[in-house]
Write a protein that binds this ligand. Structure first.
Ligand SMILES: C[S@@+](CC[C@H](N)C(=O)[O-])C[C@H]1O[C@@H](n2cnc3c(N)ncnc32)[C@H](O)[C@@H]1O
Length: 181
């Protein structure tokens, strides 16, 4: 991970933590500068495991039990993968791709990291197939009477709306207000 975490990523990681439960989100290969300056939401006391170690140096992690989620993989993630794998690896794919992990895709469209985690959880724990899940691509989010922003990713749909991390709408609105000044 980079030495600094932007607020958008912070909200996504907090959203992942909320959905997977305590100590099941591991942030690996964390830059020492970030480790020394963790934002309040992203701390071990909130049930997030945070380490400087790269994934394969973490005790108990066997390479054969790790799947790298990669849009360019040839195989789709399926519920049965939950029976054979224990760790689901997201992000940093340019570096991780060359390390020989098993890989799976979640469809052809790029998702945010938290969406990719939620979708993987619905597949391997919820035993859903990708084709059964409702998605929206590049949703347009209305920020005010005349302003809106298009988010360049695929999201899960919940109650007819894209499922965004708590606080993201407010962050988008704040950034929009600043850019209008
Ligand atoms: C927006 S990227 C993460 C970017 C991250 N900040 C980084 O520096 O690598 C989201 C991650 O979710 C996973 N992901 C997103 N869309 C996916 C898809 N369609 N199939 C498989 N994995 C996907 C990948 O692991 C991808 O790296």
């Amino acid at each position: 991970m980079e030495p600094e975490l932007d607020e958008w990523s912070e909200l996504e990681y907090a959203n992942i933590r909320k959905h997977v439960g305590p100590n099941r989100l591991i942030l690996s290969h964390v830059h020492p500068t970030l480790l020394a300056n963790l934002p309040e939401r992203i701390r071990p006391e909130n049930g997030i495991v945070i380490t400087e170690k790269p994934i394969l140096d973490i005790e108990g992690v066997e390479k054969s039990k790790v799947i790298l989620l990669d849009p360019q993989a040839t195989e789709e993630l399926v519920p049965e993968d939950g029976d054979n794998f224990e760790y689901f690896l997201f992000g940093g794919i340019l570096e991780l791709r060359v390390q020989g992990f098993a890989t799976r895709h979640l469809g052809p469209v790029q998702m945010t990291t938290d969406t990719a985690v939620l979708v993987s959880q619905l597949v391997v724990e919820g035993r859903k197939r990708l084709g059964e899940l409702p998605f929206v691509d590049r949703p347009e989010i209305k920020l005010g009477k005349k302003e809106s922003v298009e988010l360049p990713f695929r999201y899960i749909v919940e109650d007819g709306k894209p499922k965004l991390p708590a606080g993201l709408f407010e962050l988008l609105k704040k950034s929009n207000d600043v850019s209008l000044i």
